[in-house]
Design a protein around this ligand. Structure first.
Ligand code: TYC
Length: 113
C-alpha cells in the first residue's frame, strides 16, 4: 500500500522526538587511603605517592607527614574498580620491598576529611 491510498498514513515529517531525560547517577567514589606504621621509611612513602598517585614531591611529602602524624591519609579519589586496584597494587609494591605499609580503598564520604 502506498502513502497516497493508505487511510492511516500520517505525515510525521515535522514531528520532533520527545526529549527523555537520561536517568544516570554519578558513580559512588572511593578514596585510596594509606595507613601509618612504625617501619616503612618516609622516603619510600613519598616516592610511592609520587609514582602511584602522580603527586608533586611537595604534595607527596605533605600527605606522608599527615599520615605519619594522624594515622592515615587520602592519596586519591577514584571510582570503585580503580580505587580497589590501586590499593592492591600499592600494598603489593610495599610487600615486594619488605615494608608493612598498608593501603586500602574506602567509600568517600563528602562530610569527612
Ligand atoms: N611512620 C613512618 C616512619 O616514621 C613513616 C610512614 C608514613 C609510614 C606514612 C607509613 O603510610 C605511612 N618511618
Amino acid at each position: 500500500m502506498t502513502q497516497q491510498n493508505d487511510p492511516n498514513w500520517q505525515d510525521d515529517s515535522d514531528t520532533v522526538a520527545e526529549q527523555v531525560p537520561p536517568r544516570l547517577q554519578k558513580p559512588r567514589m572511593y578514596q585510596v587511603v594509606l595507613l601509618n606504621d612504625d617501619y616503612t621509611p618516609m622516603e619510600f612513602v613519598v616516592e610511592l605517592i609520587e609514582q602511584f598517585f602522580y603527586k608533586s614531591r611537595e604534595n607527596a611529602t605533605q600527605i606522608m607527614l599527615k599520615i605519619h602524624t594522624e594515622g592515615k591519609g587520602v592519596c586519591g579519589v577514584y571510582t570503585e574498580d580503580i580505587a580497589e586496584t590501586k590499593a592492591a597494587l600499592v600494598t603489593q609494591y610495599a610487600q615486594d620491598n619488605q615494608h608493612p605499609l598498608f593501603c586500602q580503598a574506602e567509600p568517600a564520604n563528602d562530610d569527612e576529611d
